[in-house]
Design a protein around this ligand. Structure first.
Ligand code: SUG
Length: 445
């Protein structure tokens, strides 16, 4: 039996924009109100997917969400035609309006937490959509995310889908952005690392002072229970509150793992030594590479600016690993020289591949934010909706679809154009046919 790790990248939606919605996410705040390029953003994402597929990786794609979210605005008391709802919300509650326009579902690392079948009690792949309660614009995502995941992983024999955790900050869950799985082979039982920012029910524990800790310990435990993971196969790790206060709003901004490699900054966690000891003990006897980057080599500020840790570490068909990094890493002397040294240090990481994902980076989303990892065996992969996998034909189709429906530029003002809503729904309706998703969007139901 063969095993794969499939990256499901989020397709950037037609309303991609910069609204400064994510307090604690430095790039989002810095680029608030810049005009955006939805077509270019979607194409940058597709290029990355195609490049990984061309390297011999199995690459998937997840559909974006329907925005502007007129249903959310109606729930908040805006009434009348869709055009009226948009106009009134834009004029009377511009911040809420912008939140309802965000294309943030493109960062599929926040779509869900996924546990592969080798780790779970019932031998199925388990999915829990993230509730994303800390940010209103992101809290609009989990229901449709669940619909999309069910449409792609539709076979109950292999896949189990859970409802997202309660929509409450006590169970704030940011999904796979705070979850990494270590294993010797993708098909072997792994060690799932759940990273959280605070304890919701115990205020005596450390917490950041400035920026929010989005993800709670209690959410991590709940997902462990739902997925049927054993205590010996999980490690709960608290993020260092000081780095959250420096802009590390998700753990994948300061640490990333793949198979037997954990690549992390020395300031990433609280109780680092104790955490690493627990990881080593639970990982067992096979070789494990704990690659710690020291502040003297790369500062936290540079890590946040360049997204050195929001890289994807992938295992190529040759068995070597490559690190997929944003071009921002190449443009920073300290980070570029660190990466040059890393690939010749005798770790499994042998090469760096740089990608331009600037349209996403400007909202704080690097290569790793753009993908949800699902490790599967060949039977499970066969049971996946094959139209959600990238091959040459699907890549061409999706590019043509973007060309047909996306605008080149979008300003905040454009978001209340009722024509944009029509364009967006028309595009998504066609996409559900291209990807054979059925009716996953509210406007289709
Ligand atoms: O949740 N940015 C996203 C970025 C998510 C990055 N994901 C991972 N680290 N895995 C967020 O903060 C900004 C939207 C705006 O400001 O328009 C935003 O939602």
């Amino acid at each position: 039996m063969q095993h794969f790790e499939v990256n499901f990248d989020g397709l950037v939606g037609p309303t991609h924009n910069y609204a400064g919605l994510s307090y604690g996410n430095v790039a989002s705040l810095n680029n608030a109100n810049a005009s955006s390029n939805p077509k270019q953003a979607a194409k940058q994402g597709l290029q990355k997917m195609k490049a990984l597929a061309d390297l011999g990786m199995v690459q998937g794609v997840l559909a974006p969400q329907e925005r502007p979210d007129v249903y959310a605005l109606r729930r908040l008391g805006f009434t009348g035609s869709d055009a009226r709802v948009l106009k009134d919300a834009f004029e009377q509650a511009p911040h809420i309006f912008l939140a309802c326009c965000s294309a943030s579902s493109m960062w599929t690392a926040n779509a869900a937490t996924v546990s592969p079948s080798a780790d779970t009690q019932d031998g199925r792949v388990h999915f829990t959509p993230a509730n994303l309660t800390n940010k209103y614009h992101r809290s609009l995502e989990p229901t449709v995310t669940g619909n999309i995941l069910k449409a792609i992983f539709a076979n109950e024999k292999y896949f189990a889908h859970h409802l997202h955790l309660p929509d409450n900050e006590h169970f704030g869950d940011e999904g796979a952005a705070n979850h990494t799985r270590l294993c010797s082979e993708y098909g072997h039982a792994g060690l799932e690392l759940f990273v959280y920012g605070r304890h919701a029910f115990d205020s005596s524990k450390p917490a950041p002072k400035k920026f929010p800790a989005r993800h709670t310990f209690e959410a991590c435990q709940a997902v462990t229970r739902l997925h049927g993971l054993s205590e010996e196969s999980v490690v709960y790790i608290q993020q260092n509150p000081d780095v959250i206060d420096q802009g590390v709003f998700h753990n994948d901004v300061i640490a990333v793992g793949n198979q037997n490699v954990l690549f992390f900054h020395e300031q990433a966690f609280t109780n680092t030594q104790q955490t690493l000891d627990e990881i080593k003990r639970k990982f067992g006897d096979s070789p494990l590479h704990l690659i710690q980057v020291n502040t003297a080599d790369v500062s936290v500020a540079d890590a946040v600016k360049t997204y050195l840790f929001n890289t994807q570490i992938i295992t190529l068909p040759s068995g070597d690993m490559a690190i997929v990094a944003p071009t921002e890493c190449q443009e920073n002397d300290a980070v570029a020289s660190y990466l040059n040294r890393l690939v010749s240090q005798g770790t499994p990481i042998k090469e760096v591949k740089y990608f331009d994902v600037k349209q996403s980076m400007q909202n704080g989303g690097g290569p790793a934010c753009l993908r949800l990892r699902v490790a599967m065996n060949d039977q499970e992969l066969d049971a996946v909706n094959q139209s959600a996998l990238i091959n040459d034909a699907q890549f061409e189709r999706l590019n043509r679809w973007v060309d047909k429906h996306y605008r080149d530029t979008l300003s905040v003002q454009d978001l209340c154009d009722p024509q944009l809503l029509i364009e967006s729904r028309t595009a998504l309706d066609e996409l559900t046919q291209i990807m054979k998703l059925g009716s996953v969007y509210p406007f289709q139901q």
